[in-house]
Each structure stands twice: as structure tokens, then as C-alpha cells.
Design a binder for this molecule. Structure first.
Ligand code: SF4
Length: 307
């Protein structure tokens, strides 16, 4: 039996850094910490944080005194002042790529552009970009139908920005439509390298003729994990799971090569557990299983290295 991991999978550099910052805070005796929203979209990681004494609060107003952790998704800039005015310390784990988009949006607005965020209106990353802005200065959309309802000719200049974890190809029609209706429209490639690498590697896994079935691991609210699954299932029988409890033995009946990939918020130990469970279900001697792990995520991209 063989278990082949994708070339790139799992925790991205941004999430690794966020995770490390919170663990360092606790290790250095930090107490009375709380995270605003899930630190990453993974229930196991959230539970791990709670067990370390850093629970999740849903709103800034729910935070007690102490330290508030801003997650890798980032927050609206005004939240920094609000937190300070509540007497809170801030542990900011916002991913530098997310900060880049905040900056890119600010610069575009200074240059007179109308903003278009391609993404989900209620995704925390997108809320971070939009919350403090005048709603007349931006649109958030993700479908061609939504784009068609806007009179883009009203705008001289439009800057199109993507939520970091999307698959850019899925939204090419939306961006192209806006560009076709507004001469001053341009787009910035804000899809994060980790997302793209994981997606390319998932595609390669799907195209690997040796593999019988693919398990895609990630939190149920993780958009980037769902995208990986969508890529895989178009190419091969693929199942989306949060962890070992979701694996149905019948998926592995008669299977000899299993592909494994995971979203950017899935910790390594969950992936290890899944691999061990696959071996257990298949009833093979673990020492005979060939575990192929082609690549480890490099610690940092150039922008991350600068932070
Ligand atoms: S997926 Fe990309 S943008 Fe999101 S936290 Fe990871 S490195 Fe940052």
C-alpha cells in the first residue's frame, strides 16, 4: 500500500506564524488571552487554543481585559484603536499577505479607484478590508450575475482584488467582465502563493494515475480546503474530511494507493492521524506502507520573511 501526500499541503507560512505567536505568548506566561474569531478555520486548532487558556470570542465587545489576538485573516484597522480603548493589549497575527491587500486597497483609493473585492461578503478577511470603508467606495462580489448588475461605466477607475484563498481561475469571468465594461479597470494578483501551491499540488494528485482515491483534510468552515476538494473531485474520487472520525471504511475498500492533501489551516498532527487511520482501516502492516511526502512547505515567502 502507498499513501502519497500532495507536493504542497496544509499549514501555510502565515498560519504557522500565527500559531507560533500564540504558543509563544502562552509559553512566556501570557494569561487572559482571547482570540477574536477562530484563529484559523480549523476546529482542532481552536480547541487546542482553548485548552491553552486562549478561548475564542466572537466580538471585540465580548473580550475581557487582557490580550486580544487578531487572527491571520486580519481585522478592520479601526479594531486596533477599539481594542486599545477597551484597555486590551493586542497580539496581532494578521498574515502579511493580508496586510498587503489592505495597503493595495488604500493606495488604489488614494488614486481615485473604486474597489472590487472578489470574495465572500461575510468572510472575516473581506470584512477586514471593507468594514471601515464607505460602502459607496467598494463592491464585494463573487459571481458574474452580481457583476452584471453593476453599471461599471460609472467608474473611471476600478481596482479588482481577490480574497487570498480563492482559485483565481474560477473568477476570471467576473474580473474579465468588469474589465470589459470599465476601461480603467485593473486587477491585482492577490491570491496567496500558499493557496495556489496547494491547489496546483491537489491538481497533480488528481492527475496521478497511480492514485485510487484522495482524502482532502480541513475544517468545515475552511474555504481553501473546500476549493482543494473541488479540484480533486473533478479528477478523481475524493472525500472531504475534518479528521479521522469522518473516514468511512467503504471508501478504502480495495484501494491500494491513497492521495492525501489538506487545507492551509490543517495542522500536521491531523494529517498524521488520518494517514495512520487509513493504514488501520486497510488492515496492512504499517511497516510495509510506502509513505510518500514529496515536499515540505518552505518556511516563508519573500514578503513573509520581511515580517
Ligand atoms: S493562506 Fe496565505 S494569506 Fe492566508 S494566512 Fe496563509 S499565507 Fe497568509
Amino acid at each position: 500500500m502507498k499513501i502519497i501526500r500532495a507536493e504542497k499541503y496544509g499549514f501555510c507560512a502565515g498560519v504557522r506564524i500565527a500559531d507560533k505567536k500564540v504558543k509563544k505568548f502562552v509559553a512566556e506566561g501570557g494569561s487572559d488571552g482571547q482570540v477574536l474569531g477562530q484563529v484559523v478555520h480549523n476546529e482542532r486548532v481552536v480547541q487546542e487554543m482553548e485548552d491553552m487558556g486562549v478561548p475564542t470570542v466572537e466580538a471585540l465587545g465580548d473580550a475581557r481585559s487582557g490580550t486580544i489576538v487578531f487572527s491571520a485573516h486580519g481585522v478592520p484597522p479601526s479594531f486596533h484603536d477599539r481594542a486599545r480603548s477597551q484597555g486590551l493589549q493586542i497580539l496581532d497575527t494578521t498574515c502579511p499577505f493580508v496586510y498587503d491587500i489592505h495597503e493595495e486597497a488604500d493606495t488604489a483609493v488614494e488614486q481615485g479607484a473604486h474597489l472590487v473585492f472578489i470574495g465572500a461578503l461575510d468572510h472575516r478577511e473581506v470584512v477586514g478590508y471593507t468594514h471601515d470603508r464607505d460602502p459607496a467606495t467598494y463592491h464585494v462580489l463573487s459571481t458574474l450575475e452580481a457583476a452584471e448588475k453593476v453599471d461599471w461605466a460609472l467608474y473611471e477607475s476600478v481596482m479588482i482584488l481577490y480574497q487570498t484563498t480563492l482559485n483565481a481561475e474560477d473568477y476570471n469571468d467576473v474580473a474579465s467582465f468588469i474589465e470589459s465594461r470599465c476601461a480603467g479597470a485593473r486587477r491585482a494578483d492577490t491570491i496567496c502563493y500558499a493557496t495556489k501551491e496547494n491547489q496546483d499540488a491537489a491538481r497533480a494528485l488528481g492527475n496521478n494515475p497511480e492514485i485510487d482515491v484522495i482524502l482532502v483534510i480541513g475544517g468545515k468552515s475552511s474555504a481553501n480546503t473546500r476549493h482543494l476538494w473541488e479540484i480533486c473531485r473533478e479528477l478523481k474520487t475524493s472525500y472531504l474530511i475534518q479528521g479521522v472520525l469522518d473516514i468511512l471504511p467503504e471508501w478504502l475498500a480495495g484501494v491500494s494507493v491513497v492521495g492525501v492533501t489538506a487545507g492551509a489551516s490543517t495542522p500536521d498532527y491531523v494529517i498524521d492521524e488520518v494517514e495512520n487511520r487509513i493504514i488501520e482501516i486497510c488492515g496492512v502492516d504499517p511497516s510495509t506502507v510506502e509513505r510518500i511526502r514529496p515536499g515540505e512547505r518552505k518556511p516563508a515567502g519573500h514578503r513573509l520573511a520581511a515580517h
